[in-house]
Design a protein around this ligand. Structure first.
Ligand SMILES: Cc1cc2nc3c(=O)[nH]c(=O)nc-3n(C[C@H](O)[C@H](O)[C@H](O)COP(=O)(O)OP(=O)(O)OC[C@H]3O[C@@H](n4cnc5c(N)ncnc54)[C@H](O)[C@@H]3O)c2cc1C
Length: 456
């Protein structure tokens, strides 16, 4: 059962079993030599590369982790690499400390202060012979064969290196691949706005801000154009939108007024929200936040964005809002990859649109063996009777920690290899205790909501 369809596919190619399988892997060239040889190996073998086939008894079992975010990084940090090899595939090789990302957009923090390389979090991926990090995106899973499909990420290198595909066999598979920024299908968002989820987003925001500050001083620029270039619009009044607006207003008060004083009266921040800002916080905190933002010069607008064009957006009341920098932060939803996975999904709840990978109370995907999902890409199945947890670092990080303990325990009890854990007692389920929420609003002020803890 473990690799029934895998063996079937090998048999079709004239191989006979695990021993033949590893021979088969050894005979194929490693993909990283040249794109051409990679393409050759791919077309010849379909998917065989050394060291990525099923593990044999006596070898370390392989945990494959998809994602280097809060959930995946914490999991990999705590995994016992004495008993497991760790293979991580993700489109980025570092973890991003998201709560501080907004501060890097305006230079309060440097980019490197919020990014930690995976090799520092789990050194085995760069040192241990069977552990690896692959700069690749998972594109599919075959739970019967215990394999995943990956495609390399070669962004920006397209002329030199074509992306290629490969497979990895797993003993345990952990989805920790996060969520995607929601655009609600609004026209023009993806093309014209910047999200704030990755370091390269923060770099792009900083680049546009500084470019516009420079351009607004060049001779011949009209008053109207100057105001537009220096109008920073943030859409979404959740914690990220509020914190970013606060950072921007600090930047204007502290830096622009001194270093770009010719244009200090032209630069403005507008925060657009369809409902109330910080709607998950206590009402008095919300009011306080709104007051502080207005005091710092942020214009609060209640409205729904209908259309986003290259230099202006249109609200549902027809108002046109010209902008120089547009940051989109209206929450997250399941990624198209997660939606495409052949697993039952969680009901969504108040925090998510739909489509997170459904898990049981031990964070297992119950319809298949040896597959787990943690962090923003997962949610409790309706059958657990548990609330779907919010898309938060504090959820993701604790799920990563819990799952590492569970997998280490399973391995020590002899269940590390594929389909060998059925008899192992896996201990107590995951329990979430909410520790409270915090949001900064600029000028060294922050809100902390410590209402009763939520237990999920
Ligand atoms: C600006 C900002 C500020 C925030 N502030 C806070 C805060 O103060 N407190 C708090 O609790 N939460 C905060 N959050 C939310 C928190 O960051 C998320 O809940 C958390 O990152 C979720 O962790 P994760 O590991 O599930 O996903 P992520 O951290 O998003 O990581 C997902 C990983 O999966 C990878 N990936 C994506 N697709 C694939 C694929 N197909 N194959 C392989 N890998 C893939 C990604 O490259 C990434 O490495 C903030 C979020 C943002 C954006």
């Amino acid at each position: 059962m473990v690799a029934s369809s895998l063996l079937r596919s090998l048999t079709r190619r004239g191989c006979a079993g695990p021993a033949a399988f590893s021979r088969y892997y050894r005979h194929h060239q490693h993909p990283f030599s040249t794109a051409a040889s990679a393409a050759g190996a791919q077309s010849e073998a379909g998917w065989g590369f050394p060291g990525l086939g099923p593990t044999a008894k006596g070898e370390k079992a392989r945990v494959v982790v998809l994602g280097t975010g809060w959930a995946g990084s914490r999991l990999m940090k705590d995994l016992d690499t004495g008993g497991y090899d760790v293979v991580c595939a993700a489109p980025r090789n570092h973890m991003v400390f998201t709560p501080l990302l907004a501060s890097t957009c305006v230079g309060t923090l440097e980019f490197r202060s919020v990014a930690e390389p995976l090799a520092r979090i789990q050194p085995a991926v760069s040192k241990s012979p069977g552990s690896h990090f692959f700069l690749a995106r998972c594109t599919g899973v075959d739970p019967d064969a215990h394999t995943i499909d990956c495609e390399t990420v070669t962004d920006g290198q397209k002329d030199a290196l074509e992306p290629w595909k490969f497979k990895v066999a797993y003993d345990k598979l952990v989805f920790a691949c996060g969520a995607e920024a929601s655009t609600f299908g609004i026209h023009g968002v993806a093309d014209n706005a910047v999200f704030l989820r990755e370091v390269h987003h923060a770099q792009e925001i900083r680049r546009r801000l500084l470019l516009n500050l420079m351009l607004s001083e060049v001779p011949g620029i009209s008053e109207e154009e100057k105001r537009k270039l220096l109008h920073c619009v943030v859409v979404g009044g959740g914690p990220t939108g509020v914190e970013f607006s606060g950072e921007l207003s600090d930047f204007i008060i502290r830096d622009v007024k001194q270093r770009y004083s010719h244009v200090k009266d032209y630069i403005h921040v507008t925060l657009i929200e369809a409902n109330e800002i910080l709607s998950s916080f206590d009402v008095r905190l919300r009011q306080y936040a709104a007051k502080q933002l207005v005091k710092s010069g942020v214009r609060l607008v209640r409205g729904i964005v209908k259309d986003v064009q290259p230099n202006k957006l249109i609200l549902d009341n027809g108002e046109e809002v010209p902008y120089g920098v547009l940051v989109w932060s209206t929450g997250v939803g399941a990624s198209s990859f997660v939606k495409s996975l052949p697993f039952p999904k969680s009901p969504g709840g108040s925090f998510f649109n739909d489509g997170r990978i459904g898990v049981d109370e031990w964070l297992r995907v119950p319809s298949v063996q040896d597959v787990y999902a943690i962090g923003d890409c997962s949610g409790f199945l309706e059958s657990t009777g548990k609330e779907v947890l919010p898309a938060l670092a504090q959820v993701a990080e604790r799920q990563g920690k819990y799952l590492a303990q569970l997998l280490n325990h399973v391995m020590k009890a002899g269940g590390g290899h594929a389909t060998s854990a059925a008899e192992v007692d896996i201990g107590p389920p995951f329990v979430y205790k909410h520790l409270g929420s915090m949001a900064t609003v600029g000028r060294y002020k922050a809100l902390v909501d410590l209402r009763q803890s939520k237990v999920g």
